[in-house]
Design a protein around this ligand. Structure first.
Ligand SMILES: [Zn+2]
Length: 163
């Protein structure tokens, strides 16, 4: 008699019975496997019976320990992979946020540059206007100066009477 799991050469240690009547026998390693499967299925409990209660199951326990260790190692590996995936997901979100921030900053910088260019253009225009005003003022000064400083004509000079 062999373990009912396909291609398993081990001698069966347990007989099993599913709630719906399906029965068979399996080795100690596959007993662990089937119990997990039954837990996952959640379709009632799978019942195991030791085929030979007199037969020592030390080796089976050892196999079981190895299986449990392997499962724990696989679970640990899965946790590491999941943690790394979460880490990568976070890194990705951070980078996407950084990209959005930089794009927004780029838009803002361009807007600010445009504002500065407008300021420079306005300042240049004001300078030109001021220079034009200075030119006009200088012309006005040149026009008024001779008028302002021209002497009054000497119309009523006192002349002493002749003796
Ligand atoms: Zn087996």
């Amino acid at each position: 008699m062999q373990c009912s799991s396909p291609d398993c050469p081990a001698a069966p240690v347990y007989s099993f019975l599913w709630p719906w009547g399906e029965a068979g026998a399996c080795c100690a390693a596959h007993q662990v496997h089937m119990r997990q499967k039954a837990d996952q299925l959640e379709r009632g409990s799978l019942h195991f019976t030791l085929l030979d209660p007199q037969k020592p199951v030390a080796l089976a326990r050892d196999e079981r320990t190895q299986l449990i260790a392997a499962r724990m190692s696989a679970e640990e590996e899965m946790r590491i992979v999941q943690a790394r995936a979460a880490e990568l997901h976070k890194e990705n979100s951070d980078l996407a946020a950084e990209c959005r921030r930089l794009r927004a900053r780029d838009v803002e910088t361009k807007a600010q540059l445009k504002d500065r260019e407008a300021d420079v253009a306005r300042a240049l225009k004001e300078r030109d206007e001021a220079l034009a005003n200075v030119g006009e003022a200088q012309a006005e000064v040149r026009r008024l100066t001779p008028l302002t400083f021209r002497r009054e004509p000497e119309t009523s000079r006192f002349t002493p009477p002749n003796r």
